[in-house]
Ligand binder design. Structure first.
Ligand code: T3D
Length: 260
């Protein structure tokens, strides 16, 4: 398969690989549309029960393709491009009620970094670096960066990263709580695939509701959140996978979840 995003499906996992390695998988319109199509498929297709997002070559993504932003060709309306491309992508990732695993195989800069932070479980190769590159070209962190960074690591660290654009190594990103785990470079894809495959065999409905609940906590009061937990638990309790999980426990066997 060729194209700006490679997609492969196995064991319930849809793997999407950003594929413009010569440009460190920076985003042009074509790659945006291909990635969006991948996430739309994940929303639609009940057989897809987890997503694994990664990059081809030595980088994960260097954010926006600056070759498409040459000021000598006129001043672009970046509000329009954010509204048309980056924001819909972020909303697709966050609203997908299935686990989104991200395997950051190399440098993640600008929107590339913030897309990685927006995924549900992000692993990174030990050699990977995260850069809020926006400050170097006079822009503001986007792709949810200004929302996610202060929530994940606090305002002091968020501001320092965003204002200095200093690279952050994977180990530090993990110890700060920006990502789940840093792993040896040669183990990254095996670990990420194993994790995605395990989650894809899980109780997808319950996992999706769990994702929704945790995300809602960012803006809910405790009272609102307790009410939400009640409502979502009611919904989860009606799922076939819950019945299977409890039956399997009582019968002392492994559950066979169907994702319903
Ligand atoms: O515009 C809008 O719609 C608003 C939205 C904005 C979202 C954003 O993401 S803004 C931020 C854009 N990204 C950047 O500013 C990062 C630019 N890239 C870099 O700073 C560096 O490339 C890295 C720190 C990421 C990696 O450095 P290094 O030394 O490992 O690699 P390199 O040599 O710089 O890059 C390798 C090749 O990829 C090189 O091409 P060449 O010379 O071999 O032909 C380089 O030009 C290309 N490349 C890297 N990043 C981009 C890029 N080409 C186009 N756009 C890029 N962002």
């Amino acid at each position: 398969e060729s194209g700006t995003v490679l997609s492969a499906f196995a064991d319930g996992v849809l793997t999407l690989t950003l594929n413009r390695p010569d440009k460190l998988n920076s985003f042009n319109e074509d790659m945006h549309l291909a990635l969006r199509a991948g996430f739309e498929r994940a929303h639609r297709d009940v057989d897809v029960r987890a997503i694994l997002l990664t990059g081809a070559g030595r980088g994960f993504s260097a954010g926006q393709d600056l070759g498409d932003r040459d000021p000598r060709k006129g001043t672009p309306d970046l509000g329009h491009t954010i509204e048309t491309f980056y924001n819909p992508l972020l909303r697709l990732i966050r609203s997908l009620e299935k686990p989104v695993i991200c395997a950051v195989n190399g440098v993640a800069a600008g929107a590339g970094a913030n897309i990685a932070f927006a995924c549900d479980i992000t692993l990174a190769a030990r050699s990977a670096r995260f850069i809020q590159a926006f400050a170097k070209i006079g822009l503001v962190p986007d792709s949810g960066g200004t929302w996610n960074l202060p929530r994940l690591i606090g305002e002091a660290r968020a501001k320092a990263l965003a204002l200095t654009a200093e690279p952050l190594d994977a180990e530090t990103a993990a110890s700060w709580g920006l990502i789940w785990r840093a792993v040896d470079d040669d183990k990254l894809m095996d670990e990420a695939t194993a994790l995605a495959t395990r989650l894809a065999a899980g109780p997808t409905k319950g996992l999706g509701l769990t994702k929704r609940a945790i995300q809602a906590a960012a803006t809910n009061s405790l009272d609102q959140q307790l009410d939400l937990e009640r409502d979502l638990q009611r919904e989860a309790g009606r799922s076939a996978d819950y019945a299977e999980g409890v039956t399997a426990f009582l019968e002392k066997r492994k559950p066979e979840f169907k994702g319903k």
